[in-house]
Design a protein around this ligand. Structure first.
Ligand SMILES: [Cu+2]
Length: 198
């Protein structure tokens, strides 16, 4: 009650005093809006590609598509449809996993998403600004072969293009055999744009 009265009083006072200001603002607003939109749109020019996180009633878990080709600056949006999953880059900072993303790219870990689509907390997004191959996994299901691969622009010759276990001297955790077999080939991703498995 006192809060409402106070805010009503606050709103009631200014109109007379601020009339001139409001008119001036009306003229400058469109210019300001155009400038703001130009800035906001520039980084959002890229496309958004969706990848679903799935667990079948039989318990099979996978990313769909498991392989996608995107352009630099595009966004990947992962959507948790069933089961509980994470989207985690193959990188030493994530549990000492083998580095399988470009050296200059920032590793990421969504941690386990907390909800099922369409509830908040069921999606995770990342913009990819460095070209190359990115391998990633789901923390609860890596051992079941739940892995994915993204090619941004041209694959190049970075860590994601190298054979599994390419740097034994680093003593990284090895990509499990079942997961190695589930990565779509870079050539197939380049040819198809999206590779659906399972
Ligand atoms: Cu999973």
């Amino acid at each position: 009650m006192p809060a409402a009265a106070a805010s009503a009083g606050g709103v009631e006072r200014p109109p007379g005093a601020k009339a001139g200001t409001v008119r001036r603002n009306r003229q400058s607003l469109p210019i300001g809006l155009i400038a703001a939109l130009a800035v906001a749109c520039a980084p959002a020019m890229g496309a958004t590609v969706e990848v679903k996180l799935i667990q079948t009633p039989e318990g099979m878990t996978y990313f769909d598509p498991s392989g996608v080709r995107i352009a630099r600056g595009d966004t990947v949006r992962w959507i948790q449809m069933s089961g509980f999953h994470s989207i985690t880059a193959y990188a030493p900072s994530n549990g000492n996993h083998e580095l399988r993303i470009p050296e200059s790219a920032k590793p990421w870990d969504s941690d386990i998403l907390l909800a099922q689509y369409p509830k908040p907390g069921s999606t995770f997004e990342r913009v990819f600004s460095v070209e190359g191959v990115y391998d990633y996994f789901c923390k609860p299901h890596e051992m079941a072969g739940m892995v994915g691969r993204i090619v941004v622009g041209q694959p190049g010759n970075g860590p994601g293009t190298k054979p599994f276990g390419y740097a034994p001297d680093k003593h990284w955790q090895q990509v499990p055999d079942v997961a190695r077999q589930r990565f779509p080939a870079v050539s197939e991703i380049m040819a198809k744009g999206a590779v659906h498995g399972r």
